[in-house]
Write a protein that binds this ligand. Structure first.
Ligand code: AKB
Length: 320
């Protein structure tokens, strides 16, 4: 593929992914887009940028034609916590946005579509320990419902139209550049920022809450490795489990105390506890490892060290 459109390029993953893709495909060949929030200076200054809403199919089509786009990475999504406050918005963006992307890609004979899925596809009935690749998918959130439907829809486009659609089930993604917006796993980012800024954190899930997580460098690598995999050798398409690490909040706090010994944490669980409890502790990602060579690099302590170092730099510069 030659020209990639990143939809949702100001979000936590989209903003960093856009810059990584520009390093590989060239700045001019990766078009960033978002609904209304202006992009970071790094995204704005390094390549083309367009404002549009993914639910507006004619604008999506117009932008794809303008830049002769032949691949779309659709990072626009309403995540689990916000989705529970506004289920109709989650349905609209996650489903109508997705079908627009798939239809425009089909009509324009695009070379590839990448759509992210999530551990939110899991729910009651899924084994909590090491959720298998093929398992019960009965999510209890609207976000999860849209992700299961999205995986099925993507696979339908592969079978029915031969469109190259790929996707992976992201765990909680942890990063220091762009904050996540409205997910259940956001505590795993907030804890590091508050550790540097205030030396303490109030966590909205209980201390023994354990979820699959991944550091941003591994997330970018997983996404790009899957994009570059040989489609003809893939047995799965839009639903790859990808694991990296799994830890409880108490273990995160202990990891932070290795660098900030006086770090304090209190627990005030809210509605997000129920969502977290419906997701598995860890996932079996053997399909991703076998089919496209997935292998994560970061563990909890390596990530903690890197997160704290980089957030401290931002704090000292007055950026946060
Ligand atoms: C969320 O918490 O909603 C997301 C996700 C796991 O997809 N971070």
């Amino acid at each position: 593929m030659k020209k990639i459109l990143v939809v949702g390029a100001v979000g936590q993953i989209g903003s960093e992914l856009t810059l990584e893709l520009r390093k590989i495909w060239g700045n001019e060949n990766v078009v960033a887009s978002t609904r209304k929030t202006p992009p970071s200076d790094a995204v704005k200054e390094s390549g083309p940028f367009e404002f549009f809403d993914v639910v507006d199919r004619s604008r999506l089509e117009e932008v794809c034609k303008k830049y002769e786009i032949d691949a779309i990475v659709n990072m626009a999504a309403i995540l689990s916590a916000v989705g529970e406050s506004n289920p109709m918005l989650a349905w609209d963006v996650n489903m109508n946005g997705l079908i627009n992307v798939l239809e425009v890609a089909r009509e324009m004979n695009m070379k590839q579509v990448l759509i992210p899925s999530s551990i939110a596809v899991f729910g009651p009935g899924t084994p909590l320990d090491c959720a298998p690749q093929e398992t019960v998918l009965k999510p209890t959130t609207m976000y999860g419902v849209t992700k299961v439907a999205g995986e099925l829809l993507a696979d339908y486009y592969v079978q029915k139209y031969g469109l190259d659609v790929r996707g992976l089930r992201y765990p909680g993604i942890i990063s220091y550049e762009t904050l996540p917006g409205g997910g259940t796993t956001d505590y795993a980012v907030g804890i590091y920022f508050d550790a540097i800024k205030h030396g303490k954190y109030t966590c909205f899930v209980k201390e023994d809450t354990r979820l699959p997580m991944m550091y941003m460098p591994d997330c970018l690598k997983a996404t790009i490795d899957l994009m570059q995999a040989d489609f003809s050798t893939l047995k799965h398409h839009s639903d790859f489990n990808v694991g990296a690490m799994s830890f409880s909040v108490a273990e995160m706090a202990d990891s932070i105390r290795k660098y900030i010994p006086n770090f304090e944490i209190e627990y005030v669980p809210d509605f997000r506890q129920k969502i977290a409890d419906s997701w598995p502790d860890s996932v079996d990602d053997n399909a991703a490892r076998e089919e496209w060579g997935w292998k994560p690099a970061f563990d909890l302590d390596a990530m903690t060290q890197d997160m704290l170092k980089n957030i401290k730099i931002k704090h000292e510069k007055g950026l946060i």
